[in-house]
Design a protein around this ligand. Structure first.
Ligand code: SF4
Length: 688
């Protein structure tokens, strides 16, 4: 037997290390005991990786208008149509919509082509749907998008607060680590804040069934109590501005907004105020909101006011959804960012990156964020669109409308692993991409740890790595010399050199003195500067703002969402054993055995009122889409709310795309859509 290949799981942002063993019988996977994210653990999805790498459904050759084509013909067409569109309508008439599934090297190539050579910042990512509000909150408070802590802080804390996070199902190995730490340290307390009773609630010492959307009010009440009780850290506040204004605003918050029993609320506030080692973990329940950035800052305010940040067992902790959401942030793969945590709005940073790339032009203004990009497609302003490794016709808010916009776009390219997704079916040109296990690169997990993904088999058919496809289009557009990489290690070397330049401009994202040889690179935390190597941020009170101080941001909690008679509030989320649109996890019968079909959680009172029967079918509608789901009557949801998972596709005609029903606004700061805030009509389904 050959020695196992060390690689990284391609699903969630925990970023677990995986050992792949190749035997005569096939491939087996196991957790890598030496990887610091998981120490050998895997969850159900990671354990089933070997069952999901078959060729069923793979896109194996380029296609033009649905017909098989050669690579040269397809690449020539893509380059020509993009060049013609730019020549006729300008750089902002084209867009790239990319993905947290891409490896960092792929992301780097796409970002360089769009921002430095096409000269537009119209490159945004599906990570906009999952963590953009955390990015925006971090930048407002810290002056940079920097996650302060480490996974081990969850194990070292005396109080772990999980808010808007179903950690047990969405970041299972981190949850396993928390469970193990809690049984080893019985003094640890865990609070779960969620309007819905999820699997994560099983670990809770205290459960707060908060009113949807009221997280900012809750953390404001904590901040007000800290100030009232004299528990703020006056020493640390020397490194912070805005405390007085933030506390004054917080003190005006109405406890009734939280919808919590006053005794429960008091218990939580006492716990938070009375425990030094607090970690507040948050995820999509905070981020996917019209006020997500404010919610993030309300959390950060509490940690900044008490100096409970960047020290062992203390800090706010945003857990990312996708395997490389963090790598995408580092490489500047968002419409409002530059690579290596440099700022697109900073002319010195822009000029330095352009110099480094020796590029003919440089985007000088933020581009269109995800929702805006598809609105521009619909309006005919984006005339050529390249979608890489993601499925927006299913996952964007108002997905049916987005699908119609993509179908009507003058020229749409989709590079993907799978042949038939809601989005690939709409493309003019389809480009087959190499999948997990077939390509090399790096990813960064939620705690800033950069790990290698390694190939362990050849790509099937004519599939190619994304970075190669991007550089071959760039070459045909006349920029071959700047994209003449022969391997992802060459891209990584260029990226590391750029980060060294960024380091000279003050960025802590300097990986130029990194872990050495690309092939043998161990999982590596940044920062790597001698002073902060592999550690936490901000313990020293030094932030990335111009004056070096953090900002506490006054947060006025949003008013409760308006209720429209006859509607229920739809909350969406993930289930334990499926990933996104199930193109891979759907291949494993074992994973589908956990929950086999889409469902709707409805409270018994609502079910009785509406006339829904257990295991019957319900039809959801709201003028933007509709879906038919199996009824699950449960008090896991409160009256007035329903919950449905996101995974099933519109291609399962009976189910419908759940995100088609999501009409929500976007957060005005982060541009993240409110994927958990739709109002829907629910009725028993009756076949015509
Ligand atoms: Fe993969 Fe996430 Fe599961 Fe780890 S926790 S095995 S990264 S899906």
């Amino acid at each position: 037997m050959t020695s196992p290949i060390r690689t990284t799981c391609p699903y969630c942002g925990v970023g677990c290390g995986v050992l792949v063993n190749r035997t005569d019988q096939g491939i087996t996977v196991s957790g890598d005991p030496d990887h610091p994210a998981n120490f050998g653990r895997l969850c159900s999805k990671g354990s089933a990786l070997a069952e999901t790498i078959g060729l069923e459904g793979r896109l194996l050759t380029p296609r033009i208008a649905g017909q098989e084509a050669g690579w040269d013909e397809a690449l020539d067409l893509v380059a020509r149509r993009f060049a013609e569109t730019i020549a006729l309508h300008g750089p902002d008439s084209v867009g790239f919509y990319v993905s947290g599934q891409l490896l960092t090297e792929d992301y780097y190539a796409a970002n360089k082509l769009m921002k430095g050579f096409i000269g537009s910042a119209n490159i945004d990512t599906n990570s906009r749907l999952c963590m953009a509000s955390s990015v925006a909150g971090h930048r407002r408070a810290f002056g940079s998008d920097t996650v302060p802590g480490l996974y081990e802080d969850l194990e070292l804390a005396d109080l772990v607060v999980l808010t808007g996070s179903n950690l047990a199902w969405c970041h299972p190995v981190l949850y396993q680590r928390l469970l193990a730490a809690r049984s080893a340290r019985p003094e640890m307390r865990v609070v779960v804040i969620d309007p819905r009773r999820t699997a994560t609630c099983e670990i809770a010492d205290l459960l707060l069934p908060i009113a949807p959307g009221s997280d900012a009010a809750l953390f404001n009440l904590v901040l007000a109590a800290l100030a009232e009780r004299g528990l703020t850290d006056t020493g640390f506040l020397q490194h912070v501005t805005g405390a007085a204004a933030a506390i004054a605003t917080a003190s005006a918050s109405d406890p009734a907004l939280t919808g919590l029993d006053p005794a429960l609320l008091a218990q939580f506030i006492d716990l938070w105020c009375g425990t030094e080692k607090v970690v507040t973990v948050y995820s999509q329940g905070i981020n996917q909101s019209a006020t997500g950035t404010d919610k993030v800052n309300a959390i950060l305010n509490c940690h900044l006011a008490t100096g409970r940040i960047g020290r062992p067992g203390m800090g706010p902790f945003s857990v990312t959804g996708q395997p490389n959401a963090m790598g995408g942030r580092e490489v500047g793969g968002l419409a409002n960012m530059l690579a290596c945590h440099l700022a697109l709005e900073n002319p010195v940073h822009r000029e330095a990156v352009q110099d480094f790339w020796q590029s003919p032009r440089m985007a000088d203004a933020p581009g269109l964020k995800a929702v805006e990009m598809f609105e521009a497609v619909e309006a005919g302003k984006i005339k050529a669109l390249w979608i890489m490794s993601t499925n927006p016709a299913m996952s964007m808010p108002q997905a049916d409308r987005v699908a119609r916009a993509i179908a009507a776009c003058e020229f749409t390219v989709v590079s993907d692993v799978m042949a038939e997704t809601d989005t690939t079916l709409l493309a003019d040109v389809l480009l087959p991409a190499a999948a997990w296990g077939e390509k090399d690169g790096t990813v960064t997990n939620s705690e800033r740890r950069i790990s290698r993904q390694r190939a362990f088999r050849a790509a099937p058919g004519e599939a190619r790595p994304d970075w190669k496809i991007i550089s071959q289009v760039a070459e045909r557009m006349g920029w071959g010399a700047s994209f003449a990489w022969n391997s992802p290690s060459e891209i990584h070397a260029e990226y590391a050199a750029l980060s060294g330049m960024a380091g000279q401009l003050g960025s802590d994202f300097d990986i130029s003195d990194g872990p050495g040889d690309y092939e043998t690179m161990p999982p590596t935390l940044w920062p790597q500067s001698p002073a902060r190597r592999g550690g936490r941020f901000f313990t020293d009170g030094r932030f990335h703002t111009p004056d070096g101080k953090a900002r506490m941001v006054p947060v006025t909690p949003a008013a409760p969402a308006p209720h429209r008679p006859g509607t229920l509030r739809l909350n969406t989320g993930r289930i334990r054993d499926h990933w996104h649109s199930m193109t891979r996890t759907g291949l494993s019968p074992r994973l589908s055995a956990h929950i086999a079909e889409p469902f709707l959680e409805v409270h018994p009172d609502d079910a009785t009122r509406i006339g829904l029967n257990p295991a019957g079918l319900a039809q959801l509608s709201n003028g933007h889409g509709s879906a038919i789901l199996r009824v699950l009557i449960t008090d896991r949801v409160t009256p007035g709310q329903v919950f449905a998972p996101i995974h099933w596709s519109g291609r399962n005609a009976a189910a419908g795309r759940i995100d088609a029903l999501v009409t929500g606004p976007t957060d005005p700061v982060s541009g993240q859509p409110a994927l958990k805030e739709a109002l829907v009509h629910v009725a028993p389904f009756r076949a015509a």
